[in-house]
Design a protein around this ligand. Sequence first.
Ligand code: C2E
Ligand code: MG
Ligand code: MG
Ligand code: MG
Length: 277
Amino acid sequence: QAKDNGRNSICFYTSDINDQLFHYQEVTTLLRNALATNGLQLYYQPQIDLKSRKVRSCEALLRCFDKNFGPISPAEFIPVAEKSGLINDIGDWVIEEACKQLQAWQGTKLETLRVDINLSGKQLTKPHLAEQILSSLQKYHLRPSQLGIELTENEVIGGDNGQIRQLETLKQAGVHISIDDFGTGYSSLVYLRKLPICSLKIDRAFLHHAMENDCDMAIMEAIITVGHRLGLAVLVEGVETLEQDRIVSERGCDLAQGFFYARPMPAADMLAFQVEV
Ligand code: C2E
Ligand code: MG
Ligand code: MG
Ligand code: MG
């Protein structure tokens, strides 16, 4: 599925296997170049605490810039990076860069902001991932609670005991752990009870369906209730309108993220950002 294809998309999903192969190799080359030539950048999207209307955390979203193609969407290059194994080097870069940015924000109005990075399930299979993250935090003199990680439910459910233990180590140290895109995978509410997590991020497709359909609204409300009963914070992704902001606030969501508040932006713009909602 070519989801989220932007204007500068270079991705053409066709049935022609040669085209697909070309795409795969082309993107792999682009990514390898980007890694070697500072072509990667993290953008940051504020997460709004709906009670206080304040921003206390944000999500780091990867951007890849190529001088010929312009920006390439992570929806396109992350799956390719996972397939080619490049995701490990890219993931290492993201961990390091997020910590570097957090350190750069110390002494500014953003010094208490938590940054949540996205992890690929592949990274979780590295036996020393937790250690690596904690030592990056140490290297930049940060508290573990300044960092968060996001994993999709499928990546976590598939995890073996070793992977769950890594999450436990991180959570015990104080790293915030979120389930991303909740509601799109094989969501079983039961397994949530067993996982070392702090919050649920309800996928934006859910909110958009809930706007049109009473059943989906009922399911979203149920997820919020169950999340709260399990002691989890609940965030809704993809809030784009005032009406959606009102609905998620009324339904008791704790946090929201979406274009209505702010688009993902370069680190420098975060300093100027003020919530006006
Ligand atoms: P995600 O983690 O679910 O990130 C949210 C995506 O929704 C982002 O797309 C964000 O720009 C977009 N978004 C935010 N608010 C709105 C809204 O109101 N409306 C709409 N239509 N979209 C909104 P983005 O930046 O293109 O990232 C796509 C996906 O790529 C992410 O989904 C995540 O799964 C993956 N990704 C991004 N950065 C990284 C990374 O550093 N590592 C890994 N492994 N995956 C990443
Ligand atoms: Mg995410
Ligand atoms: Mg998400
Ligand atoms: Mg996603």
